[in-house]
Design a protein around this ligand. Structure first.
Ligand code: ARG
Length: 456
């Protein structure tokens, strides 16, 4: 029995029925649907629309339906179009006509928007916790190897020495911004649409504020027509998910490079790599490759759903049923990656000798320019002089520190015998003691700042 129309109504083309049904994917909203319905029943009872007996029968019935769904005892019916109709159909079977009062003043339009918001409100802390765990793994790596130097890159060319910890924390800060994005978006997400009816508001004196408090919402939607059409919270979530996915992909790409024989900066724990079926010597970074790839699908969900929303007329349209699959898939994708990446990061081993041998002296050319700057030489002039010097060292096949001071003086008279002290990676990173720099103290300050944020 359908919840709309009359039983004599003409039947639907079965293929259309399958297209129209959202049950195959929205059945996972049943816990939120039942929570929302119990709260709605209470609101109706408070408004005098249900007798205490009817109210208790509805709540007991909904709880019984929930148990059936929890245990797998629930049998879906071919005419169950979505989870909302399935739950109500079963409630009617369980408690009889009183079930028919539950939908008083409510529409599936405000109901489905409420359910999906509740679903994401529950996912939020899990995502936040997963991101924090990943940040912690990165910070633990940083702390365990504070004095390890490696090349920092621009254009994927060796640029300047940095601490390995600085690289670890660079990724941690990106995830910290993602956590902040979740926090900022939460008040919009936690806005209650229930009580909006189909589009114009419920005509019964339901206390929406109490309903919001009971369901954990922070506020109540101010316009019923907006409330049933608004899927900004979905688009915002999908953006945050896409951003996290992009951050995963960048971390993954760094690590795929670093774990390659060519770089050899880190060794991944074998628990996160696979062997080759053909080449016995290979370990493939599949976990990281998948982390890199999933960004594509997350970005796709955002793009796809924005296009669903574009140009929709006011009010509920069936197009909005397309909101659920991207939401579920984005949550599942993020959770699957967050279950793996913290462990992968925690267990990877940096390889100090490989990092050290990649710290070629040419990366200290900037230090020579800065040396001249400290002697009062304008930076542009210093840069020109050092460029000449670097060219000479390449031509001669000698490292910069092997050039005698007289040779250096030919490029700029301000060079002196104290110049060799500038050609030291350790000293170079320690000079970056500025806030946000790569000196040891600046790194420790970053770790403290991250910890302070986790504590809030
Ligand atoms: N299954 C629908 C959805 O997911 C529920 C809302 C149906 N509302 C309607 N007026 N047909 O969007």
């Amino acid at each position: 029995m359908r919840l709309w129309g009359t039983s004599e109504g003409s039947s639907l083309d079965p293929a259309f029925e399958r297209l129209n049904a959202s049950l195959p994917f929205d059945r996972r909203l049943y816990p939120q649907d039942i929570r929302g319905s119990i709260a709605w029943a209470r609101a109706l009872a408070r408004a005098g629309l249900l007798t205490p007996e009817e109210y208790h029968a509805i709540v007991a019935g909904l709880e019984a339906v929930k148990t059936e769904l929890d245990t797998g005892a629930f049998t879906f019916h071919p005419t169950d179009e979505d989870i909302h109709t399935a739950v109500e159909r079963r409630l009617t079977e369980c408690i009889g006509p009183a079930a028919g009062k539950l939908h008083t003043g409510r529409s599936r339009n405000d109901q489905v928007a409420t359910d999906l918001r509740l679903f994401l409100m529950e996912a939020w802390p899990r995502l936040d916790e997963g991101l924090r765990e990943l940040e912690e793994a990165l910070a633990t790596q940083a702390e365990a190897h504070l004095d390890l130097l490696m090349p920092g890159y621009t254009h994927l060319q060796r640029a300047q020495p940095i601490r390995y910890a600085h690289w670890c924390l660079a990724h941690a800060w990106a995830f910290e911004r993602d956590r902040a994005r979740l926090r900022d978006a939460y008040p919009y997400l936690a806005t209650l649409p229930l009580g909006s009816g189909a589009l114009s508001g419920t005509p019964f004196p339901v206390d929406r504020e109490a309903l919001a408090r009971e369901l954990g919402f922070l506020s109540v939607s101010p316009n019923s027509l907006d409330a049933v059409s608004d899927r900004d919270f979905v688009a915002e979530f999908l953006f945050i998910a896409a951003m996290i996915g992009v951050h995963f992909s960048r971390l993954a790409e760094d690590l795929i490079l670093f774990a390659s024989a060519e770089f050899g900066f880190v060794a991944l724990d074998p628990a996160y790599t696979t062997g080759s079926s053909l080449m016995p010597q290979k370990r493939n970074p599949d976990a990281l490759e998948l982390a890199r790839a999933k960004a594509g699908r997350l970005v796709g969900h955002l793009m796809g759903f924005l296009l669903v929303l574009k140009g929709l007329p006011s009010g509920y349209n069936k197009d909005l049923q397309e909101d659920k699959e991207p939401v579920f898939d984005a949550v599942d994708t993020l959770e699957a990656l967050l279950a793996v990446l913290p462990g992968l990061v925690r267990t990877m081993q940096p390889r100090p000798e490989r990092m050290r041998s990649a710290l070629e002296e040419a990366m200290l050319a900037t230090e020579l320019a800065d040396y001249l700057v400290r002697k009062g030489v304008p930076f542009r002039e210093a840069h020109r002089a050092v460029s000449g010097l670097v060219e000479e060292s390449l031509r001669e096949g000698k490292p910069l520190s092997a050039l005698p001071v007289e040779a250096m003086r030919r490029h700029h008279p301000a060079f002196d015998s104290d110049v060799y002290a500038a050609l030291d990676s350790e000293a170079a990173v320690e000079r970056r003691a500025i806030l946000g720099g790569t000196a040891r103290g600046a790194i420790e300050a970053q770790i403290q700042a991250l910890r302070a944020r986790w504590a809030t």
